[in-house]
Design a protein. Structure first.
Length: 243
């Protein structure tokens, strides 16, 4: 199974290429700063990995991309590149839930236990986080609490859940957590490769023109008035504490 996976849903750009399957598989990967750089660096890095693996795009079985939730621009970048490559090669596209990829990245860091509950989170900016909860058992993931877009204080996670994501530096002090273990994690392309067999087996791959990002938030920026109001609120909170 030859697979190309890419994600630009966060401030990082993650690419991984798998040639072969199972124990015989070889994986090449690239992980670097993304954001504004992703649109110009993504395709050259993909071409570099394809050359290292001595693979043509037509030899791929599918192109995977981080479908969201995540950065609005990043999701569109990954989706459009995946669509273009797959369309040209005559292959399918596999959209991958980025929060599920965060959960899988955390599971790998924890030694790949056979059973694990994870509440995955990604920084949604605008003082909010994307969150969803998953359970791994009998070699497969299932979701038990769907997507939400919430303030950090509104997080609800089971006491037995592992908390995973890229939110701890920005919002750690505001998360209402108890004894849950916290694992910094990202929707890496290598995590997507590990998820691919099960996702492909359930028929989630689509024709390139049908691949779409997953948008949880309709509004992607605050107005000037809203930003000013937020600053005033923070200033008022600071003044109250000092008083």
């Amino acid at each position: 199974m030859n697979l190309l996976a890419l994600d630009t849903s966060t401030e990082w750009m993650s690419i991984a290429l798998q040639r072969g399957a199972g124990a015989a598989a070889t994986v090449w990967q690239h992980h670097a700063a993304g954001g504004a750089l992703a649109s110009s660096h993504l395709i050259p890095e993909i071409q570099r990995l394809m050359a290292l693996a001595d693979l043509r795009f037509e030899a791929l079985d599918a192109v995977l991309f981080g479908a969201g939730p995540g950065s609005f621009t990043g999701l569109r970048t990954a989706c459009s590149v995946a669509q273009g490559l797959a369309f040209g090669a005559g292959i399918t596209v596999l959209p991958v839930d980025t929060l599920l990829a965060v959960a899988e990245d955390a599971r790998s860091q924890l030694g790949a236990p056979d059973a694990l509950a994870v509440t995955a989170m990604l920084d949604a900016r605008m003082d909010q986080v994307y969150a969803a909860s998953y359970f791994f058992d009998i070699n497969q993931w299932s979701i038990y609490k769907g997507y939400s877009l919430i303030s950090p204080e509104a997080l609800e996670a089971d006491v037995n859940d592992v908390l995973a994501g890229n939110v701890f530096a920005a919002y750690g002090a505001r998360l209402p957590v108890g004894q849950q273990r916290q694992v910094p994690a990202l929707p890496t392309a290598t995590a997507m490769l590990r998820l691919a067999p099960a996702l492909l087996a359930t028929g989630l791959a689509v024709r390139p023109e049908l691949a779409l990002p997953t948008y949880i938030r309709d509004k992607v920026a605050q107005t000037t008035a809203e930003r000013e109001a937020a600053k005033l609120a923070l200033a008022g909170a600071g003044g109250a504490k000092l008083a």
